[in-house]
Design a protein around this ligand. Structure first.
Ligand code: SAM
Ligand code: SF4
Length: 328
């Protein structure tokens, strides 16, 4: 339904934040996501610029204010700068964000910022080059950090670093991360490893509970930050002795879905009401026809089907075999 011209579901949750995947191709082999790399046999019929324009216009007319561009690896698309620019130029869109593995950020960030990028999330699964390579399959830590540093120099105040803590890999480096943000005014977010169709064995061996990290932070004097309406899924914490902040994304925590404020569209134009849904809603025919009115009709109708919560604790991981296909 529409409430005050904003998409809303039957639980009263309002959706002003879209996560838009623009490709499912990725050049990294993160061990928790695509351990064998991208399956090159898949078709690559991703949304065109014109389809993205139709989609973003329809969402903006339904009260969407923030768009996060994700993937796969979104920076593999040659027209990413144009996509950022078109999102930014769409009336109603206040914030354009990007989630990237940062592989070419050092070369491209100036262009992205000129096109209107407001916020950036960069995955940094370790601060130790060898561990980074062990997790992602690439020796690119320095390039990734250089790109993120340049983003900060360019004045993007919302640069966040994402890390998935893994029991058998980087979990023992938790304190190194804390030391890293002591003198740096940045936000570092730990994403709790989620089970997907593809990673069950890996998940069982590597899952670190977000609640345990939270207890550890509170015991060390970290304090919760008040959330605002456009906040992402993270619970944030600050500490008087640290310039940086910590975010915890804890999808297994009891109330995680209560504050859900985002919808997802895949790179092939499927609306996903949740990261773990069994089925998407096909927006592609309307997008191909550049039919904003029909796209809006489908979006409004879909809201009634959004369920209260995911069923991750019951190991129901949904249609997406890994997050590269939907953007995390
Ligand atoms: N390739 C980009 C990147 O890695 O930042 C964007 C896409 S990636 C799917 C988006 C986010 O999802 C990344 O921060 C990644 O660490 C996270 N992610 C992927 N698989 C995950 C899983 N099984 N559990 C938790 N986070 C996951
Ligand atoms: Fe690629 Fe991102 Fe998945 Fe890593 S987490 S394999 S960078 S899509």
């Amino acid at each position: 339904m529409l409430q005050d011209n904003v998409l809303q579901d039957s639980f009263g949750r309002r959706f002003e934040y879209l996560r838009l995947s623009i490709t499912d191709v990725c050049n990294f082999k993160c061990n928790y996501c695509l351990p064998d790399g991208y399956d090159c046999d898949g078709d690559r019929d991703f949304l065109s610029l014109a389809e993205i324009q139709t989609l973003v216009s329809a969402f903006a007319e339904l009260g969407m204010r923030k768009i996060r561009i994700t993937g796969g690896e979104p920076a593999l698309r040659k027209d990413l700068t144009d996509i950022i620019a078109l999102c930014k130029a769409t009336p109603g869109i206040e914030q354009v964000a990007l989630t990237t593995n940062g592989f070419n950020l050092d070369k491209k960030i100036d262009e992205f910022v000129s096109a209107g990028l407001d916020a950036l999330n960069v995955s940094v699964d370790s601060l130790d080059p060898r561990m980074f390579a062990a997790i992602t399959g690439h020796e690119k830590l320095e390039i990734v950090l250089d790109g993120a540093t340049r983003a900060l120099e360019l004045g993007i105040d919302k640069v966040k670093f994402n890390a998935v803590l893994l029991k058998q890999f980087n979990a023992s480096q938790f304190n190194d991360y804390l030391n890293w943000i002591k003198q740096r005014p940045i936000t570092l977010r730990f994403i709790e490893l989620m089970e997907t169709g593809d990673n069950k064995v890996f998940f069982d061996a590597n899952h670190v509970q977000g609640g345990v990290l939270k207890k550890q932070l509170l015991a060390q004097g970290w304090l919760p930050v008040i959330r605002n309406k456009l906040s992402g899924p993270a619970e944030e914490f600050f500490h008087p002795d640290y310039q940086g902040r910590i975010g915890l994304i804890m999808p297994y925590s009891k109330d995680f879905c209560k504050n859900c404020n985002r919808l997802r569209v895949s790179s092939k134009g499927q609306l996903h009401l949740c990261l773990f849904t069994e089925q998407g809603v096909d927006l592609r025919p309307a997008l191909l026809n550049q039919d904003i009115a029909e796209t809006k009709t489908r979006l409004v109708a879909a809201m009634d089907d959004k369920v209260a919560s995911h069923f991750l604790t019951e190991h129901k991981t949904g249609v997406n075999k890994h997050f590269a296909s939907i953007g995390g």
